[in-house]
Design a protein around this ligand. Structure first.
Ligand SMILES: [Zn+2]
Ligand SMILES: [Zn+2]
Ligand SMILES: [Zn+2]
Ligand SMILES: [Zn+2]
Length: 736
């Protein structure tokens, strides 16, 4: 099956031989190592070997059900590969048909009481409330389930489908009754709903099945669950229905059969949380029926054999006579023990009485359990194949299927109501007269939602509107609930349903709104008109300029630069009269690192220089119409030669100055501005001249006003002369 077992076995053997102490900690180590090996084998798909390892680990100590997670995954993979037929694939989970916009992506029922998750997808409250999904069906994001009802969407659906509101009410009443353990009331109410409303029949039946199970009316419970898992139920809640069926079997004590149905449920929905936990638990019980007694047996065995021998015995799985004896004792007559029952207790509802659950099951099942419980006596090979047999599809599944198909005939009448359901579903259209663009208005900009996002508190805004609010305070602008967490994630995923509804039902309004948005964006991305100006510090071409952005106006500015795709803004120093000076340098954003509270560290590098033509303001920050500034090119070859000589002299002088700088300053400069740029072959290659001039200008300890005057020069020669003067002056002062 795989190359791994042999190698792994040798490794473990070596480990055992090396150890010579009999302490508990050592045993814990063995336990952990073997479990790790089991997981490794399971991930390699070596199911039998993995199960052998788990049973070995169990001799060293108890194994928690959740520690079997990887093994369960492996079992599930094997199980799924054997499953064939129309209801095998989980492929149905991802598809979205045209008229499913009002359906919950999980249960495929009406999107009643919609809740929008952080990923932007919306589910019915029931699915999230009952934790019927652990990951988003559409994008795989882990579901936290702390979000509140989507207020805009709830209001819309109430208005558009008033009939549905009544149904929703009855169904949540059922849930309420179930959680209050009023099972008789659930049965009565559910029966009424089933008769009156084909649309919510499936959900009502599932609730009734749950109630019947609690009332120990297993046959009725099974009938309801099986009805809902029929293929023609449009796959609505099929995983939940299968889970329900498995739960009934489990409660009936038919653990073998329930294990298969739980796996079947996982085949329909890999991420059905409760099903997986049940499989882990059942497997744990099957493999390790009575931990205390086996542990006792182990203790004695440990005394009787040397580590080497003990290990050998384990590896070959030939228990010593003493061990065997203990195991037989350990596994006899424990089926009816209290502990066992406690372990088999439902994970869902602990209050259920299950005292009878093991007595009522059929004799064949009891036989099966005995077989499983005595498993530790068997050789690993036998045990593995036994478990495989238990997990194989062919064994018991047909009987379940048969029962379902025979029921099909009996319940032929129900088929018409299902057809009606299909019809209604496809007919769920919104009539023109209830369509009102005002229902889609953003409370912040009073316009149609553009890229609507929904906060965990259930309020919806345009993405950019919400972001602007969060620049100032991390609270919902409507209900003031803290959005710190939401802000820290910075995802702002668009609420898909609302976005689709707007595009579909308000296409004209949406087109207009999009045009406005694009116009605004175009305006913002002009690189000579209304260019955003950051008034802060001197910036130079090619020189890096890291910025800490915390002021709300600059947060908005940086975000806009990123959103429009220009990734540029102008940098100028302050001017007391004009607001900012006449010359500046464009900064190109290389990366933005957002801090959880919305502040950011922006890494930029200098681009083109510019001269300010006119000044303006936009949403709190300065803007300017600008013209770019370029060096006047020297064409005369004699002049070029002299310019090159001047450059070489300044470069050499600068290098000496930098090398003679005190280590502290030297390192500070390296850290902030990087090393001195290389000597350039063609000093007129760019309209900004050689990079080392800008680097020097940035690092030399001179007044910003003086720096500014050098920045604004369009003659390389003049610039070099200025820098030469500064360097000569600095070198004349010995203290620097
Ligand atoms: Zn749902
Ligand atoms: Zn999602
Ligand atoms: Zn808005
Ligand atoms: Zn809110």
């Amino acid at each position: 099956m795989s190359l791994l077992p042999q190698d792994a076995r040798e490794e473990t053997t070596a480990f055992f031989i090396d150890s010579d102490s009999e302490h508990n900690s050592e045993r814990d180590d063995h336990h952990q190592v073997i479990l790790q090996k089991a997981n490794a084998l399971a991930s390699e798909n070596c199911l039998k070997e993995a199960i052998d390892c788990v049973s070995l680990a169990m001799r060293y100590g108890p194994v928690r059900p959740d520690e079997l997670s990887v093994v369960v995954d492996c079992i599930f993979r094997n199980f799924k590969s054997k499953l064939a037929g129309p209801d095998a694939g989980p492929g149905q989970s991802g598809d979205t048909c045209g008229d499913s916009i009002f359906d919950c992506p999980n249960c495929r029922g009406f999107l009643a009481e919609p809740v929008t998750l952080a990923c932007g997808h919306s589910y019915c409250k029931r699915c999230l409330h009952r934790r019927l999904l652990s990951k988003c069906k559409l994008c795989d994001e882990v579901v936290k389930g702390e979000e509140k009802l989507n207020i805009t969407l709830t209001r819309l659906l109430d208005k558009w489908f008033p009939g549905q509101t009544k149904t929703t009410k009855s169904l949540s009443e059922l849930d309420e009754l179930l959680s209050n353990k009023c099972y008789h009331e659930v049965v009565t109410l559910a029966t009424n709903v089933i008769q009156a409303d084909p649309e919510s029949m499936v959900v009502a039946r599932l609730s009734r099945s749950e109630a019947y199970t609690a009332l120990q009316q297993y046959q009725e419970a099974l009938e309801d669950a099986e009805f809902c898992s029929r293929p023609e139920m449009l796959q609505r809640s099929s995983a939940e229905a299968t889970f329900r069926k498995a739960m009934v079997l489990f409660e009936m004590g038919q653990v073998d059969k329930s294990l298969q149905v739980f796996l079947h449920c996982l085949a329909l929905d890999e991420n059905f949380p409760c099903a997986k936990r049940h499989v882990e638990k059942i497997l744990c019980n099957l493999l390790f029926p009575d931990e205390e007694k086996v542990k006792e047996g182990l203790k004695e065995t440990a005394h009787n054999s040397s580590p080497h021998l003990r290990n050998k015995a384990f590896m070959a799985d030939q228990p010593s006579p003493a061990q065997k004896q203990h195991q037989v004792r350990a596994t006899s007559a424990h089926i009816h023990s209290e502990g066992q029952e406690r372990r088999w207790e439902s994970l869902e509802r602990h209050s259920l009485s299950r005292a009878h659950s093991l007595q009522i099951h059929s004799s064949s099942c009891e036989e099966g359990l005995k077989r499983v419980c005595s498993a530790p006596q068997l050789g690993n090979q036998e045990k593995g194949s036994l478990l495989k047999r238990k997990l194989s599809v062919s064994d018991t599944e047909p009987s379940v299927v048969d029962r379902v198909s025979s029921k099909h005939k009996k319940q032929g009448a129900a088929k018409s109501s299902i057809q009606q359901l299909v019809k209604e579903k496809t007919c769920r259209k919104v009539s023109k007269d209830v369509l009102d663009p005002n229902d889609f208005e953003c409370a912040l900009c009073m316009r149609l939602f553009y890229e609507p996002v929904t906060t965990p508190c259930g309020h919806t805004f345009c993405k950019t509107c919400l972001e602007r609010c969060l620049d100032h305070t991390p609270h919902c602008p409507l209900c003031k609930e803290s959005l710190k967490q939401y802000l820290a994630c910075r995802k702002y995923m668009v609420t898909t349903v609302l976005d689709l509804l707007i595009k579909h039902y308000l296409s004209q309004e949406y087109a207009e709104r999009t045009k406005t948005h694009l116009d605004e964006t175009r305006e913002l991305s002009d690189l000579t008109k209304n260019v955003p100006i950051f008034v802060c510090t001197m910036a130079y071409p090619t020189v890096p300029c890291p910025l800490h952005v915390f002021e709300p106006r600059y947060r908005l500015m940086i975000r806009r630069c990123m959103e429009t795709g220009t990734r540029q803004f102008g940098m100028c120093i302050n001017d007391p009269q004009k607001g900012f000076v006449d010359y500046g340098c464009m900064l190109i954003i290389r990366s933005v690192h957002f801090l959880p509270d919305g502040r950011s560290v922006v890494d930029t590098v200098g681009g083109k220089r510019f001269r300010v033509l006119t000044r303006g303001m936009k949403d709190g920050y300065s803007t300017a119409d600008i013209e770019h500034l370029e060096d006047t090119r020297v064409e005369d070859s004699e002049e070029q030669k002299r310019l090159q000589e001047l450059y070489n002299a300044v470069y050499d002088q600068a290098r000496v100055w930098f090398q003679n700088l005190k280590v502290r300053f030297h390192n500070q400069i390296l850290q902030h501005f990087g090393p001195m740029p290389e000597r350039e072959a063609d000093i007129q290659a760019t309209p900004n001249g050689p990079a080392c001039c800008w680097w020097l200008l940035a690092v030399l300890p001179i007044d910003p006003r003086y720096q500014l005057s050098v920045l604004s020069m369009s003659s390389l020669k003049e610039r070099l002369v200025k820098i030469q003067q500064i360097l000569t002056y600095l070198q004349s002062i010995p203290s620097i």
